[in-house]
Ligand binder design. Sequence first.
Ligand code: C2E
Ligand code: MG
Ligand code: MG
Ligand code: MG
Length: 287
Amino acid sequence: YADSAMYLAKRSGRRGFRFYSKELTIDAAKRLALESELRRAIERGELELHYQPKVSLCSNEVIGSEALLRWHRPDVGLVLPNEFIPVAEETGLIAELGKWVLREASRTAAEWNAEGSALHKVAVNLSARQFQFHDLAATVHGILLETGCRPQWLELEITESLLLEEDDAVLSTLSVFRSMGFSIAIDDFGTGYSALSYLVRFPIDTVKIDRTFIQKVMTDRRHAELVKAILSIARCLGQQVVAEGIETVEQAAFLQANGCQLAQGFLYGRPLPKSGMASLPRYLNSH
Ligand code: C2E
Ligand code: MG
Ligand code: MG
Ligand code: MG
């Protein structure tokens, strides 16, 4: 494993070199195993999307969901995305993984919207790195044709790290998505390198306030004020707001009182496999 550890150590040593330790060697070995298994996960059918309901704060009506990737890793069990998405991003596997996610979410959105009368939007997370590979807009267009999904049935969630690059190519891809009819959400807003100017410079329809802010609205006045300010800015710019990670009735009431339209969180429902999501009632009772 020494050679592969060296290789990984070099690759992760962007901010200077790292010391070689036994620990790193074990880590690197684990990562390599993860990488090669992940490479085969798609063909082996080990990936699954779970869906977490998004509700209207005033009616508790389910208006859509967010697709969240799960990996049933042999001999390990259910693995959550934070454990493998970063590896997929570093190795470039995210291109293929992301395509699989888009295709699967499109199929589901097509199914749910063909069946029901109310629009059910499925939100899909995109990694910044997916924009660096091939023509993402063309790939997405192909997937729509293949699955019969309409852009109106999907929302694309991006993070600030993408906008940070201030790349013309990113801006033009986002504009193409917008003109195709997709809505675009900025995820985890308020964390990382948040710049308010992103909200006007890029075509953003929806702002998702990060869970770390929502968690503190009832206990920390300054966080509460910050959330109110974000809601007010989004309102002025005509953007919708989703509060992420709502866990209590008090948090929901605070957000609703301050004009937040949409919510997502364990209070309403945890991410569920497709079948579980399909059998949820249209209104979720959170009280
Ligand atoms: P995210 O996009 O911000 O997704 C929301 C995460 O918060 C999910 O974690 C969800 O299970 C969790 N969550 C929702 N409500 C609550 C709550 O009330 N309390 C708490 N404590 N947590 C809550 P998950 O599924 O583990 O996903 C983590 C992250 O992995 C996502 O954060 C997203 O950045 C990334 N991810 C997930 N699926 C994909 C994917 O298909 N592609 C890409 N590129 N990234 C993905
Ligand atoms: Mg998201
Ligand atoms: Mg989020
Ligand atoms: Mg988040």
